[in-house]
Design a protein around this ligand. Structure first.
Ligand code: FAD
Ligand code: MLT
Ligand code: ZN
Length: 482
């Protein structure tokens, strides 16, 4: 999709001129500016900043700025504010709702040069990094100190800590470590007019007035650019174990979840769900041997993290035996070493990547009370079938309607895999899915944010009073409205 019929370029914003470009080059140096305005750089140089990870949203920016310091971010934003130039902050560009893409001709402010690890307190576990630090780099640094980053997700090799905080990313271990709203201790951000907000607190407790940093967590770049983050990191567990098992119904998945919580309690660190459709697509792309011999409508992956490998592995084996005896689980396997742990995780973590190889994917990241979680996938599949779109041909472009996600957090990823993006498919899915969720008091965005994709659907999950308050907050931080 390359056009946005519902959106119009805001005519208040200026077009970029060679004079503007000269200012930025003077400020940052030639190497930190990708310039398609005065034609020094080609469309190929700019392409990676104009296209999102799903190849669903296309931008038209001609200028990418890569600041190296907070002061430079501040000067860029002040200049843009004074000259009415629109901007889009960009981290690793792995967002899944089109928020990091400059769909008109906004200037991209890419944070990749601000990637330093600034400080780590080995006693408290407090890490301070610049916003452009890649999540995996931060985690590897922490591993060398015996700690772990309290967030993990499939895009860890590319996404930035600043992007994670800006989207309030949830990921694979939220069940264990909680949301960034709890683990982020402080941050530094720059407002649209260049004001630097220094709230880089390193304390766990700080009840002096409003907790303003919370507004930046999940704000998706709308109220300022996050430049530094301090975060509370837990001790890395000495032992990790993983089980992967098949189940006959979603009812049984819920029973298994209850049993896992009660039998594995403090060592449970992830409880993930995959349906057969999602696993068949991963198999189609990777050709890897499936973990279990038989095929089942549902699979779960359980991870435990504790301090005693033998004790944890005994507990996990006992759990698996018990749920099989009770007829909750049909078949299961336990990873016996690090390589097997990784390969079992790949069946879950590899789903988005596998889908991206197959064409276009309509992604719905939603939260629904657990009992109804999978019904959305079934109802959506029936609707797509009824509309005559299922078929994996050019005329019937939908290949499959699949579901997976963070069962432990009641967070479903409903994905509609297609040969190519097709507005007929989108019309069948939206607003149907959002209405379905609103009827059950769910959330239309559990962890990916609103971005461009869901901006106009916010009313399905937030009432007018709340949307009004959000507008007031946006106005207080950014009166011009970038
Ligand atoms: P970008 O994509 O660059 O930006 C995302 C948004 O944040 C944009 O609106 C952008 O303007 C804004 N932004 C970026 N940096 C800043 C900054 N420094 N200051 C202010 N605003 C900024 N998400 C989950 O929640 N859980 C998952 O399990 C998960 N798994 C994923 C797996 C894959 C394979 C992929 C591709 C994505 C996944 N995501 C997941 C999506 C997720 O939102 C991102 O991966 C990540 O949090 C975005 O970080 P980023 O640096 O790439 O941000
Ligand atoms: C995941 O959990 O795999 C991510 O949120 C990405 C996705 O939804 O595809
Ligand atoms: Zn997810």
């Amino acid at each position: 999709s390359e056009t946005y019929p519902d959106l119009k370029r805001d005519s208040r914003f200026a077009q970029i001129t060679p004079e503007h470009v000269a200012y930025f080059k003077d400020l940052l140096g030639e190497a930190a500016v990708i310039d398609g305005v005065t034609r020094n750089d080609t469309a190929d140089d700019i392409e990676p900043f104009n296209m999102d990870w799903m190849r669903k949203y296309r931008g038209h920016c001609q200028l990418v700025l890569k600041p190296g310091t907070t002061e430079e971010v501040s000067k860029i934003l002040k200049y843009c504010n004074d000259n009415m130039l629109a901007v889009v902050p960009q981290g690793g560009n792995t967002g899944l709702v089109g928020g990091s893409v400059p769909v008109f001709d906004e200037i991209v402010i890419n944070m990749s040069r601000m990637n330093k690890i600034l400080d780590f307190d080995e006693v408290s576990g407090t890490l301070v990094v610049e916003a452009g630090c890649i999540l995996e780099v931060a985690d590897q640094f922490l591993a060398s100190k015996g700690y772990i980053f309290p967030l993990d997700l499939g895009a860890k090799g590319s996404c930035h800590v600043g992007g994670n905080v800006a989207t309030n990313a949830g990921g694979l271990r939220l069940l264990r470590y909680g949301s960034l709203h709890g683990t982020v201790l402080g941050l530094e951000a720059v407002l649209a007019d260049g004001t630097v907000v220094d709230d880089l607190c390193r304390l766990r407790k700080n009840n002096t007035g409003y907790d303003l940093k919370q507004l930046f967590i999940g704000s998706e770049g709308t109220i300022g650019i996050i430049t530094k983050v301090s975060i509370q990191c837990p001790q890395r567990s000495a032992a990790q174990n993983v089980a992967f098992f098949g189940l006959e119904s979603f009812e049984k998945v819920q029973q298994a979840f209850r049993e896992a919580k009660s039998q594995l309690s403090e060592i449970l660190s992830a409880f993930e769900l995959m349906d057969e459709g999602s696993q068949a697509l991963v198999h189609q792309v990777t050709k890897n041997q499936r973990p279990l011999e038989g095929q089942y409508p549902f699979y779960c992956l359980i991870e435990t993290s504790g301090s005693n490998a033998e004790h944890d592995s005994e507990k996990l084996s006992a759990f698996l035996e018990d749920v099989m005896e009770k007829g909750i689980v049909v078949d299961g396997t336990l990873a016996e070493n690090e390589t097997q742990i990784k390969s079992l995780w790949a069946w879950r973590e590899g789903i988005p990547e596998a889908l991206s190889h197959l064409g276009g994917t309509y992604k719905y990241d939603v939260s629904i009370p657990l009992k109804d979680l999978y019904k959305l996938v079934e109802d959506t599949r029936a609707r797509v079938e009824q509309a005559g779109l299922l078929g994996d041909t050019d005329e019937h472009p939908v290949r499959a309607v699949v579901g997976y996600g963070h069962m432990g957090d009641a967070n479903l990823h409903l994905n509609v895999s297609t040969r190519h993006y097709d507005s007929r498919v989108e019309q069948v899915l939206e607003p149907f899915i959002y209405e379905w969720i609103a009827e059950r008091q769910g959330s239309i965005s559990a962890e990916h944010g609103l971005g461009l994709m869901k901006k106009k659907f916010i009313g399905y999950s937030r009432n007018p009073t709340m949307v009004g308050l959000m507008k007031n907050i946006k106005n207080a931080f950014d009166p011009v409205g970038f």
